[in-house]
Design a protein around this ligand. Structure first.
Ligand code: GLN
Length: 489
């Protein structure tokens, strides 16, 4: 049961083989048993969750069920949900209760899906290991001494440990794809503007995008059908016709032109990861895809550009957390300025403070042209690289992350080493393109554990249906995506 897909569980619910209350209870029992160690969920509200399951059963009995009705989904704790504690992984919001629903929460709710709980994350989505969360680190179910990736590390670990059938994530520079890669799941960051950011706590608004984290591309297609759509409450939401992302799942891949960027297979890529990715590419050739060598010449600039732009936007977005408008307020303080300073000093963790300092620096009058403006110009060149590449190919493939999951604490004193985790994912956000990671196999660790490796698939704007088709075809031919870590039975 726990390894069944959303699609399969949905069929069981529709066929009355099981009720949503029973299914939800089964996952809640697993959370009770496994979550104290894994720490993937940080807020549960069983009464609320079971009430939703009950409502779903009523919808199903009345013949009003949709594809996701009755299915329990983990929600990243970056999404404001009415009546639910919403912390964004920060002490700043430790006691904050959502006064309304984020667009994505509303959409899942309307579909009849069940909110199973809020998942752990790096503080304000800043990180690649889930170690910056105020609520503690998350274990990677494949090797408990390693990180699950981040910032959507709680969602990734929850799905990998089969504590839920699927979860949501957000991706500003790789936060859906990198944890999906490190935990052996499928994760998709849609084209910028396809999913509303309303009620998603902002990190870097021009990059942030929510998306599905699931066991298969087929399940992600079902979730994309729910997540996407115009929302007038988000000024960057795109007003386009709604698509059915399942429509192309079973198309044959013959003739699909796959671009392989030489910069993604260069120095910095772990040999163990490279081997698995090459094997996946060989499988795609068997499925009829044609490989084309391409170049994304500005790849090396994506990390420096991101670490100017994302902190700049974050420093502005996080100014609302001052102990007055939002967030923790220091108990003892002198004047107003002292209250702001103490509240922010106490409420934010070290990584968030580092980003705010960088952000305010690059935006300051004397440095704006040298850093912020320059980074915006290079961002344009990075988007241009992809525009040129897509003249030669339909989709792009490469590794999602340069390494498999690393040991907890390994990058503690070296933030730049952590930043390099996103070398292959960040450019996609800078260009606003859709990107996806799917499990492509395993690399053994020194101590003999099987560590998942992800294959990244990057599409042109609005080409999610084609990416999901490519991923689904591979998942029909391989079984990496159905494998489970040991010790979670
Ligand atoms: N790891 C990147 C960072 O720390 C990306 C995070 C994200 O996508 N939210 O900023």
């Amino acid at each position: 049961m726990i390894n069944k897909s959303l699609k399969q569980l949905g069929a069981m619910l529709q066929g009355k083989e099981i009720s949503s209350v029973e299914l939800t209870q089964e996952f809640l029992n697993r959370i009770d048993r496994l979550n104290p160690a894994i720490n993937a969920f940080i807020t549960l509200d069983k009464d609320r969750t079971l009430a939703q399951a009950k409502r779903a059963d009523e919808m199903l009995s009345a013949g009003k069920g949709t594809a996701l009705t009755g299915l329990p989904i983990g929600q990243k704790d970056i999404f404001v949900a009415k009546g639910w504690r919403t912390t964004c992984g920060s002490k700043m919001l430790e006691t904050f209760i959502g006064p309304y629903d984020a667009d994505i929460i509303e959409r899942f709710d309307a579909s009849g899906a069940v909110n199973l709980g809020k998942t752990n994350m790096d503080e304000f989505a800043m990180g690649s290991s889930n170690e910056t969360s105020y609520f503690g680190k998350v274990q990677n179910p494949w090797d408990r001494s390693r990180v699950p990736g981040g910032s959507s590390g709680g969602s990734a670990a929850a799905v990998a440990a089969r504590l839920c059938a699927a979860a949501t994530g957000t991706d500003t520079g790789g936060s859906i794809r990198q944890p999906a890669s490190l935990c052996g799941l499928s994760g998709l960051k849609p084209t910028y503007g396809l999913a509303s950011r309303f009620g998603m706590i902002a990190f870097a608004s021009s990059l942030d995008q929510s998306g599905p984290m699931a066991k298969s591309c087929e399940d992600m297609a079902l979730m994309m059908n729910v997540i996407t759509g115009f929302d007038k409450r988000d000024s960057t939401s795109l007003n386009r016709e709604k698509e059915d992302y399942t429509r192309d799942l079973n198309k044959p891949l013959a003739g699909l032109k796959v671009g392989l960027p030489k910069e993604y297979f260069a120095e910095g890529l772990g040999a163990d990861v490279a081997k698995v990715v090459q094997e996946a590419i060989a499988e795609y050739k068997k499925l009829g895809a044609e490989m084309v060598d391409i170049s994304l010449p500005n790849t090396q600039l994506s990390i420096p550009v991101y670490y100017v732009l994302a902190p700049a936007e974050a420093s502005s977005n996080l100014s609302r957390f001052d102990g007055v408008r939002y967030g923790h307020r220091a108990k003892e303080y002198g004047d107003l300025m002292d209250m702001y300073c103490k509240s922010r000093a106490e409420g934010f963790g070290a990584e968030v403070k580092r980003r705010i300092l960088i952000g305010t620096y690059v935006l300051s009058a004397g440095y704006y042209d040298a850093y912020y403006l320059k980074a915006q110009q290079i961002r344009r060149l990075i988007a241009q690289d992809f525009e040129n590449a897509f003249k030669q190919c339909d989709i792009i493939m490469g590794p999602t992350a340069p390494s498999t999951a690393f040991k907890t604490g390994e990058t503690a004193d070296d933030p730049v080493a952590m930043y390099l985790q996103d070398i292959y994912t960040i450019a996609v956000n800078l260009a606003g393109l859709p990107g996806m990671s799917i499990p492509a196999g395993f690399a053994p660790s020194e101590d003999g554990k099987r560590l998942p490796v992800g294959l990244q698939i990057i599409g042109n704007y609005f080409d999610e249906a084609r990416m999901l088709n490519a991923g689904h075809a591979y998942q029909q031919a391989t079984d990496w995506h159905t494998q489970m870590p040991e010790g979670i039975e």
